[in-house]
Design a protein around this ligand. Structure first.
Ligand code: ZN
Length: 198
């Protein structure tokens, strides 16, 4: 049954498609937007459209950026021979926040999960292997310590081993199943410094 005008119902429906937004939150957000000044609503809508239109994958590391090459890959101050492999851009941001990592990244955009039907071809793995054709000293695998993250780490290390490039895995201490972005910087640094060669 339609309790509200169809426009409001439509707005609630759109909000409820977002992750973590249940029907109640969706209704709260919808009414909040209706009560916002028109200029603010336009600004919000335009910001979303601009972000969607302009954000793309960095051609080197595949993180989300609004430039062809992201600022990290473009920087001559970074060590381009050390590549840290992360599952997503939020994990990259978590390591960047520590301010102590000077290498570059590779963003997989996911992890291998036979249960969810995500195979090696569904993440940016081929792209990683292509990057390794260049001069690379070390690949640090910083996927999550979830089952998927560990499966991915193992898969990647097996792929890289024959190339002779050093492969290491961040230390545990990152809680199992914990999303990297929610882990504090000290724990992340310890995990990075305590990495072990695979
Ligand atoms: Zn990049």
């Amino acid at each position: 049954m339609d309790y509200y005008s169809s426009q409001i119902s439509k707005l609630i429906e759109e909000f409820s498609r977002l992750p973590g937004i249940g029907p109640k939150s969706a209704a709260r957000l919808a009414f909040h937007v209706i009560n916002m000044p028109k200029e603010q609503v336009e600004q919000l809508a335009n910001t979303m459209i601009d972000a969607k239109n302009n954000v793309r994958y960095c051609k080197e590391c595949y993180t989300l950026t609004d430039q062809e090459i992201c600022p990290i890959c473009a920087s001559s101050e970074r060590d381009h021979k050390v590549i840290m492999v992360v599952e997503n851009t939020r994990d990259l941001a978590a390591y960047e926040k520590t301010g102590k990592y000077n290498g570059v990244y590779h963003v997989l955009h996911g992890a291998i999960s036979p249960m969810l039907g995500v195979g090696p071809g569904d993440i940016k793995l081929k792209e990683l292997m292509e990057r390794l054709q260049k001069d690379v000293d070390e690949v640090i695998i910083a996927t999550n310590s979830s089952l998927e993250g560990e499966t991915t780490a193992m898969y990647i290390s097996k792929l890289i081993k024959p190339t002779g490039i050093k492969v290491s895995r961040i230390a545990s201490g990152v809680p199992v199943g914990g999303d990297l972005e929610y882990i504090d910087e000290v724990t992340l640094l310890r995990a990075l410094e305590g990495r072990t060669e695979l």
